[in-house]
Design a protein around this ligand. Structure first.
Ligand code: NDP
Length: 329
């Protein structure tokens, strides 16, 4: 085996084209870490924001993006047990996934069903844990309740529809094109609306029995945040998960008082530190996966050399499902 590998390197913040394909030393796992031969990397909106320097946390340079990936374990660091060389696993919270080999803390490995392809395994952790926490842990969604899913054909959106339906909820899905709405319907969305549909606030309220939506997974932000408040039922819960518009929103607390609304932030990275919530989500998701009710929606796949294009397509709203990069391709 050669001691170098192909990897993406970001040396300065900017648009996706700042990502360069380089030859780097293959990393050695430290104590508590495993090394994976990376088969598939799940690309999240957050990855693109980190490259441009617009993410919640500061991006430390230089670095190799890729926090969610799947592959075959090929080396174990000191003190690692419970995982074997040759096993296919997914990692959530590893680093440097956009490379032929990457390290992950053993504690960040997520078992995946043997029936999943590498791309499905890489498409799973971020979107499904986030969707679960949005719908259940923080959203307290109940059977027969309505939920509004925005960017419904995206990675998080498709995961949210699948999970909401598996939990017996009713889904209003919004997205920017008819094609995306068709995908949402194929996954079980009960009502679908274009994101720019005229009279959308009233139409969403009508869809949910005329009283508005009790639970909203808000990922667009900006001026759309106000619309989400208007679409919410009295005592509605709005879970703020993203800000895909990258625009500022105005929140007037008095408006929350008037209709007893609750706005809750959700960031998966900090929720993962809540052991009990994570265990509960993992248990629920593994039951749904084993029953075949949850099948990650793999989107377009790209070779490592086309990482910049993959990121740009995601930012340009051209993709559905989870964008995947396959370093071995
Ligand atoms: P997606 O696959 O959903 O892609 C992003 C989608 O956002 C686009 O396809 C587009 O769908 C929608 N969008 C709406 N407005 C814009 C805009 N102005 N520019 C670009 N896209 C827009 O990505 P992810 O599943 O990775 O993420 C979805 C959202 O959830 C993001 O905001 C992300 O940051 C957030 N997220 C947050 C997490 C957390 O821990 N808080 C974890 C995971 C995701 P359409 O064309 O239909 O509008």
């Amino acid at each position: 085996m050669s001691d170098t590998m192909k990897a993406i390197v970001v040396e300065r913040l900017g648009p996706p084209e700042v990502m360069e394909l380089r030859e780097l030393p293959i990393p050695q796992p430290g104590p508590g870490e495993v090394r994976l031969r990376v088969e598939a990397v799940g690309i999240n909106f957050a990855d693109a924001l980190a490259v441009s320097g617009e993410y919640l946390t500061r991006t430390k340079l230089p670095y190799t993006p890729g926090m969610e990936f799947a592959g075959v374990v090929d080396a174990l660091g000191e003190g690692v047990s419970g995982v074997e060389v040759g096993q296919r696993v997914a990692s959530l919270g590893g680093r440097g996934g956009l490379a032929e080999y990457a390290l992950s803390p053993a504690a960040a490995l997520i078992p995946v069903p043997g029936s999943f392809s590498a791309a499905q395994a890489a498409a799973f952790p971020v979107s499904y844990f986030t969707a679960y926490h949005g719908l259940k842990t923080l959203g307290r969604g109940r059977e027969d309740e309505w939920v509004l899913v925005q960017a419904a054909a995206g990675a998080l959106g498709t995961a949210s529809i699948q999970l909401a339906k598996a939990m017996g909820m009713n889904v209003v899905a919004m997205a920017s094109t008819e094609e995306k709405l068709q995908l949402a319907r194929d996954l079980g969305a009960d009502v679908t609306l274009l994101q720019d549909e005229p009279d959308r606030v009233q139409k969403v309220r009508d869809a949910a029995g005329g009283k508005g939506v009790p639970l909203i997974l808000e990922v667009v932000g900006g001026p759309r945040f106000q619309e989400s408040l208007d679409m919410a039922a009295n005592q509605g819960r709005i879970i703020v998960i993203g800000n895909a518009s990258r625009e500022q929103a105005n929140l007037r607390p008095v408006e929350l008082m008037k209709r007893n609304l609750t706005v809750t932030g959700l960031w998966l990275t900090s929720l993962m530190m809540d052991g009990e919530a994570t265990r509960e989500a993992a248990q629920a998701l593994s039951t749904l996966m084993a029953g075949g009710r949850v099948v990650p929606q793999v989107g377009p796949t790209y070779p490592l050399a086309q990482s910049a294009r993959a990121f740009q397509d995601l930012l340009d709203r051209k993709t559905t499902g989870k964008v995947i990069i396959e370093p071995g391709r």
